[in-house]
Design a protein around this ligand. Structure first.
Ligand SMILES: Cc1cc2nc3c(=O)[nH]c(=O)nc-3n(C[C@H](O)[C@H](O)[C@H](O)COP(=O)(O)OP(=O)(O)OC[C@H]3O[C@@H](n4cnc5c(N)ncnc54)[C@H](O)[C@@H]3O)c2cc1C
Length: 305
């Protein structure tokens, strides 16, 4: 049984989804946002580089965002969306919570990414405080420190090289993964040490969340102040598949045009699930952009222009 017809349903209440919802609410659009309380940066101690909010706790930024949306008349429901479908032109159906069904004329997918993380003991204790995945977000925090980089495969050398912006004390840990001879030669030229043994644990001061060393299956532990990892990401949901949204062939994320519309008319996407930089401030900007174009497209239909 369909409860209501909304102008737009936003799935995901991270920076992208909430920013889209805020603008839609300010355009006086009937907007419903689903909030499932597991944003990508829930482990981070602070959001860096978000102008005017640098260092704010991720939970606080989102709580403020939710308040701003509801103060402007937007509706937010805490529930996991389990499925979506296009039922007709300009009518999308969203299934959430206890067999509840909601329809909308437009849809914003803002469900973000999931990081593939190391599975060694100690990781969770330090993640977001002295173990990071994003040099753009936390590179400045490791200036001149001893940094281990856990990565392998074709992106490992480039990812490690990026960190030279902030420190020369870098050691790449491949954890028995692949590293081409060209990449080895490049890293040696840059004076970056490489260790290939299996990583078995991260150790440090759990009360301050300060990493102190990496333990290997064999060989001496590596004393370090921080660790960055680059093990890949995956889309948090597969709603794009049911809807038939095209992926960008280069990065495997959702292709969008200049208005944040996906390859399916009426379905927009914003934030980490689209190509471009994966930053909170970029996600928020894309959410705002999606809202502006959704409002315009609804206006055109309503006013027959
Ligand atoms: C540890 C860490 C630290 C970071 N630090 C920084 C930083 O310092 N500065 C910075 O700019 N960026 C940082 N980032 C990146 C930043 O967090 C992301 O770029 C940003 O969160 C992307 O926003 P988003 O709205 O696209 O996705 P998310 O923030 O991941 O939000 C997605 C939302 O969708 C919801 N959702 C998913 N599936 C469903 C479903 N089925 N039903 C309902 N809801 C659903 C989730 O619960 C979540 O609320 C960091 C990321 C990590 C992992």
């Amino acid at each position: 049984m369909v409860d209501d017809l909304y102008d737009c349903i936003v799935i995901g209440a991270g920076p992208a989804g909430l920013s889209a919802s805020l603008f839609l609410a300010r355009y006086l659009r009937r907007t419903l946002t689903f909030h499932h309380n597991s944003p990508r940066n829930e482990y981070a101690h602070g959001v860096h580089g978000f102008l005017g909010h640098h260092g704010i706790r991720p939970g606080e930024l989102l709580a403020r965002g939710r308040d701003e949306v509801t103060e402007h008349g937007g509706l937010i429901i805490e529930a996991c969306v389990t499925a979506v479908e296009a039922v007709a032109r300009d009518r999308f159906r969203v299934f959430a919570g206890e067999q509840k069904v909601f329809d909308a004329r437009r849809l914003v997918l803002a469900t973000g990414l999931r990081d593939l993380t190391p599975d060694c003991p100690g990781f969770r204790e330090f993640y977001g405080w002295s173990v990071f995945h994003c040099p753009d977000c936390d590179g400045y925090e490791v200036k001149d420190k001893r940094v281990a980089v856990l990565a392998h495969g074709k992106n490992a050398a480039g990812f490690t090289e990026n960190l030279l912006t902030w420190t020369r004390q870098l050691t790449l840990l491949t954890d028995r993964g692949e590293l081409s001879s060209d990449d080895r030669a490049k890293l040696s030229k840059l004076e970056v040490a490489v260790r290939t043994e299996s990583v078995v644990a991260l150790e440090g001061d759990k009360s301050t969340k300060q990493l102190q060393r990496v333990l290997f299956a064999e060989g001496k532990p590596l004393e370090c102040d921080a660790l960055f990892f680059n093990l890949g990401t995956e889309l948090a949901t597969d709603f794009h598949e049911t809807l038939g949204c095209r992926l960008d062939p280069e990065c495997g994320l959702l292709w969008v045009d200049d208005t944040q519309q996906t390859s399916v008319e009426g379905v927009y996407a914003a934030g980490d699930i689209t190509p471009h930089s994966q930053l909170a401030v970029v996600a928020a900007a894309e959410g705002a952009k999606a809202a502006i174009h959704i409002h315009r497209s609804l206006n055109s239909q309503e006013r027959h222009i």
